[in-house]
Every structure is written in C-alpha cells, then in structure tokens.
Write a protein that binds this ligand. Structure first.
Ligand code: ADP
Length: 497
C-alpha cells in the first residue's frame, strides 16, 4: 500500500514516528522550516525537504504544499503527528483525495469529535456519561445564564471548537456571566476562527483520566488502559502516568468500556484517546483526541505495545492480532514534559541555544527528544523539548527512578521545567497519589524554587567562587537539608543532587 511516509511535523514526535518507520522497513521523508534545517528529525529521516520559513503558517501548516511534497517525493502516506494539521478533518480529506493514506482516523471521525457539542450529543446517544450541560452551542449570554441556573454555578464556558485549554472561562455567579461570555467568544474567534460557546457544569476538583484506544479497519476496538493526567498548569498537562493511583479495576473496566463505546459511535480506526473527568467515583466524557498523544509512551511502557507502529499497521490495513483479554499491564510508568519554560519564573517562555545536552539512560529510562547540542530554541513552536519517561515495578520505584533520571538530564543554554519536575517528585501529596486538576492551585510553592534550592544555589555559588567545586566531598559537606550532594557535577543544575 505504501512504503514511504511523509512526516508532517517536527520535534520529538517527528523523531518518534521516523524511528517507528525505520523499524518497520518504511522510508521516511521529513519536512522542515528554515529554523529546523539541522533539527534531529531532519537528521533522522531518510530524506528531508524544506517547506518554508519559520512561522508555522508558512511551513508546517501548509497542508496543500505538504501533500504536493508527499506526491513529488513518492510518499504513499502522511503521518500528521499531533498539533499542526493532526485534527483538521479538511486536511485528512485532502490527503485521501490526493490518493494518499492519512495515518489517522477518517475525516468524518475527526469532524464528529472536533466539534465539542456534536461529540457530546454523539456520546450521550451512545450511552457514554457526559459532563452535565448543554448539547448545543449557546445563542448568547441570556441563554447561557438560563442553562447556568439550571446546572447551578459554577459553570464553565467552553468554545465549541476548543483545544489546548484556550477560551475557557469559569463563571461562579450570574453577574460575571455577560463579561465572561463576551471574552470567551472573542478568544474562541481569534484562536479557532469560530466564536461559538457552550455551557457545562464546572467540576471543582476532578481528576483528568484518559483511556487509550486502538481500532482497526474491520471495526475491532480495544482499550489499552488509562493515563492519569491531572498534574496540569492552565489546563495543560505537565506530568502523566499509568496506571492512575486511584482507579480500582472495576472503574478501569467501566471507563475502558465507555471509551470503546465512544470510539465505536464514530466508527473510529487507528489510535485515539477518550478523555474523562473523574470525581467521587464517577466519570464523565470530556473529549476525544483523534490522534497520537504526547503522553503515549507511558502506555507503551505498561502494555509493552508499540503504539506508533500499530497506528501505521492499521493504516496499512492490518487487523489487530490481539483482543482485549490479551492486553495486560505491568508496572508503573511516569512521563515528565520537559519544556523551554523557566520553572522558577512562573513558567516564563525561555529561549537560547542548547550548548550542552546529556541524556539520562539506565534501566527503565526513555528519552523522546527533539533537540540536540546546538539547537536554537525560539518562540515559533511549542516549547516541548522532549519527554522523560520512566518505568518501574511500583509507583514508588518509578518516582525514585524519575528523580534519578531528572538528576542526570543536563540541558544547558535554555531554562527548562526540570526544577519544577524535581520539586513535584519530592512533594508528599504527589507521592501519595493524592491530587486533582487543582494540584498546582493547592501547591503554589512548586512554581518557585524552594528555600532549600536557594540555599543550595548559594552554597554552589560560594564553592565556585573559591574554586572549591571538586572538593565538596573533601570539605566534608555531604548533605544539605537532607539532600545528598555526592552526585554533583559542575555541569549539572545545582539542585540535581
Ligand atoms: P481543550 O480541548 O481546550 O484541551 P478540554 O475539554 O480537553 O479542553 O479540557 C482541558 C482541561 O480543562 C481538562 O483537563 C480539565 O483540567 C479542565 N476542564 C475541562 N472541562 C472541565 C469541567 N467541566 N470542569 C472542570 N474542569 C474542566
């Protein structure tokens, strides 16, 4: 059917897809903007084609151009990755119209799930529990107020075409509603080109738990367990894990069944994720992402399946060679998203040139990265530099392993979110698995360096000043605030102890 895949993306996910192609004996064509000329995905692919200047609108988002490149390079399929064109039904349709294979679901499935109110209607019909609220876009602030009174405040105003947490507004009483409606519509219009808003009940302290599903072209669908994604900032995921620390086997089975039902309701094929909010033992459909997810590696670790290869195999027309009963789960996996955001300055976007990069290794550690030494980090694209994923027998062991691996990760030249992740790994509620999507509101201290970090930094600065770095051990300073200093190195972050 096809032996060459054009990867219409960049960064870590493009590298991930190219690796899967190579292992499957498929050739890969990378595409790149001027800024990405020497990026890892370009170097990893069999071939690479320049598609335009840095702005995504002039490169990675030019669907028609990408299709032309695929045709002229002899690629028979396009893998969209995530973001960019991955959930544009019109792009999937144009790919198919050009006689190419779109590695993803049908344009109809993307369309049905991309419109949040249509998705809610389809799910309600299929018997999947949805968050209480409207099934149609709201005509204006008055109707929104009426729905809100029926549901009870607080409510959430959400763009029908939403994504990336944009345009949502929590409204806690009626007086706030007109203003919030106005600003949500405006933001939705500018982010998605559609101002339509709908109203749903705002759940105060749910967890975000999602189910990975995989379907083939004959209609077989299995679920591959859950991912706990409650550790978020501004509705964007920071840390994901599998299994969830709270799901009982019966919950897992019920949510898995609901996810499979959701997929069947839109004739889903390939990889997809059904997201739920989970509160007090109840779960509610949030949305379905009709693509490969950033956090897929945690599922790969606990199931032992290669999800990207399966996605491609389904696109090649292969049937699943296993059933739900054959899916088994082993151990615990955690992923930290490593971004070019300054964890000590409120996640301020950071830029710079990576002059040194050291990647952790050892048992149960995986790095999916899109950077190398020499990479220029600007503001044109998503700040995700890479993902650090660990796997161990238990959650406690996985946390210890993540701390060890974060300690070994050295990224010099740009501020990153690594210090934040280290603080979370040390935090008690995280350790106990006791958290909701309000975790960072409950723990604002995690957004700044701790006093211990600052003292460590001061000590490091003093030692450096005196050229005494190599003599930390000799000086007898082995511990500060209970943190061992033995693994220090001049290249590492000072708080990597
Ligand atoms: P988007 O498509 O913009 O990413 P989602 O519907 O997937 O939006 O929601 C993103 C996040 O917003 C969720 O993970 C959750 O943290 C929060 N959220 C969404 N809907 C609700 C709700 N009804 N109540 C509370 N939090 C919500």
């Amino acid at each position: 059917m096809f032996d060459t895949v054009l990867v219409a993306n960049r960064g870590e996910i493009a590298v991930r897809i190219i690796r899967a192609c190579r292992e499957m004996g498929l050739a890969s064509v990378a595409v790149f903007s001027d800024l990405d000329r020497l990026s890892p995905h370009v170097l990893a692919a069999d071939k690479a084609v320049r598609i335009g200047p840095a702005p995504a609108s002039e490169s990675y988002l030019r669907g028609d151009h990408l299709i032309e490149v695929a045709l002229s390079e002899g690629a028979g399929a396009i893998h969209p990755g995530y973001g960019f064109l991955a959930e544009r039904a019109s792009f999937a349709a144009a790919v198919e119209k050009a006689g190419l294979v779109f590695i993803g679901p049908s344009p109809e499935s993307i369309q049905a799930m991309g419109d949040k109110t249509e998705a809610r209607r389809r799910m309600a019909e299929a018997g999947v529990p949805i968050i209480p609220g409207a099934l149609e876009p709201t005509s204006g602030p008055e109707e929104a107020a009426e729905t809100a009174r029926e549901l009870g405040f607080p409510v959430l105003l959400k763009p029908v075409a939403g994504g990336g947490g944009k345009g949502m507004r929590v409204v806690s009483d009626e007086d706030e509603l007109p203003g919030a409606f106005e600003s949500a519509s405006r933001e939705a219009e500018s982010a998605f080109g559609k101002s339509a808003i709908y109203v749903e009940k705002y759940l105060a302290r749910p967890r975000h738990i999602e189910i990975q599903i995989l379907g083939d072209q004959s209609g077989a669908v299995v679920h591959l367990g859950e991912r706990e994604c409650s550790i978020q900032r501004r509705h964007q995921k920071l840390i994901e894990e599998s299994p969830s620390p709270v799901l009982e086997p019966a919950d897992r089975e019920a949510m898995g069944l609901a996810a499979v039902q959701a997929a069947r309701a839109v004739d889903y094929r390939g990889l997809g994720t059904v997201e739920f909010l989970y509160e007090d033992g109840e779960f509610y459909f949030l949305e379905m992402n009709t693509r490969l997810q950033v956090e897929h590696p945690v599922t790969e670790f606990v199931t032992g399946l290669d999800l990207v290869q399966w996605q491609i195999r389904v696109a090649l027309g292969e049937s699943l060679d296993f059933s739900q009963e054959d899916v088994s789960f082993s151990g615990h996996a955690i992923e930290c998203r490593i971004t070019s955001e300054d964890a000590d300055q409120g996640f301020l976007p950071a830029t710079g040139c990576i002059d040194r990069l050291e990647i952790p290794s050892g048992p149960g550690v995986r790095w999916d990265g899109g950077i190398r030494a020499g990479s220029e980090i600007g503001l044109h694209y998503d700040p995700l530099l890479g993902k650090l994923i660990v796997h161990a027998a238990t959650r406690t062991a996985a946390i210890a392993r993540m701390k060890r691996a974060l300690g070994e990760l050295v990224i010099h030249g740009v501020e990153t979110s690594v210090p934040f992740h280290l603080r979370v790994m040390d935090e008690d509620d995280f350790g106990k698995g006791d958290f909701t999507i309000a975790y960072l509101e409950d723990h604002p201290e995690l957004l700044r360096p701790s006093e211990g970090d600052v003292r460590l930094l001061a000590l490091v600065a003093a030692l450096l000043e005196h050229g005494a770095w190599g003599r930390v051990g000799a000086a007898g300073i082995k511990e500060l605030d209970g943190r061992k200093l033995s693994a220090w190195q001049t290249s590492g972050w000072p708080w990597q102890t």
